[in-house]
Ligand binder design. Structure first.
Ligand code: CA
Length: 233
């Protein structure tokens, strides 16, 4: 297998050097872009495996870069943002980013995000090759064709909304899904009430899914942002 090719989009030289050094010492190949325009150019001409994208770029907003890339590619994009506001992350995730990292971040955090994204990639590829209508993750099995789910070979008794939630999360395993994305896909809208209902359904789904709902293995909460299904080994 070729070493994964990572496109680093960052205008801050210090942060960029940290990322490049981390990638180099961990056997990744990399490309560098210092603004949005060249990011789009590098992404289209080299088709990187993963994009690490700073949101605050000197020419265009990072969200616009995501929107542009999404017109032709599903390549994983991990947003890196100094902005602590959740709205920026949410905007980026809704535009099609896969994950986010908030500055300042540690080298370990960066590597962990890359691993999650790579696992998701290899998993999705294997899944597509098998052209399977069954999703398996740890002890969880979702039979999309049959419309049912199993944990440890025992059928889970899910309400229609819990099942829909489970399908959305499993079909996007490894990816952070925002509250808006989930409520839009379930109810076709995203009102305050819908986000409150989403929390309730997520809690009941978790009770059925997780052995220890207090330290969940399958579904991760991103407070103020959304939820992600983790790939379980
Ligand atoms: Ca910046």
């Amino acid at each position: 297998m070729n070493k994964p090719l990572i496109l680093v989009v960052e205008d801050d030289a210090a942060v960029r050097n940290l990322m490049v050094t981390t990638l180099k010492t961990n056997e990744y190949r990399y490309l560098v872009a210092t603004n949005g325009e060249s990011a789009i150019l590098e992404a289209s001409s080299h088709n990187p495996d993963i994009v690490l994208l700073d949101l605050g770029l000197p020419d265009v907003d990072g969200v616009q870069v995501i929107e542009k890339i999404r017109t032709w590619s599903n390549m994983p994009i991990i947003v890196i943002s100094a902005r602590s506001e959740d709205t920026d992350k949410i905007e980026a995730l809704d535009a099609g980013a896969d994950d986010y990292l908030t500055k300042p971040f540690s080298v370990e955090e960066l590597l962990a995000r890359l691993r999650v994204t790579q696992r998701r990639l290899s998993f999705m590829t294997a899944e597509m090759l098998a052209a399977s209508s069954v999703f398996v993750n740890g002890k969880l099995r979702v039979d999309y064709a049959g419309g049912c789910a199993y944990m440890n070979d025992h059928e889970l008794h899910l309400t229609p909304i819990e099942y829909k939630l489970l399908c959305l999360l499993s079909k996007n395993v490894g990816k952070v899904l925002t509250h808006t994305f989930l409520t839009q896909n379930i109810w076709g809208r995203s009102w305050e009430n819908d986000i409150a209902s989403l929390r309730v359904f997520m809690a009941t789904l978790r009770k059925k899914l997780e052995t220890e709902p207090d330290s969940p293995q399958y579904i991760q909460t991103h407070i103020g942002v959304g939820y992600r299904m983790m790939k379980v080994e």
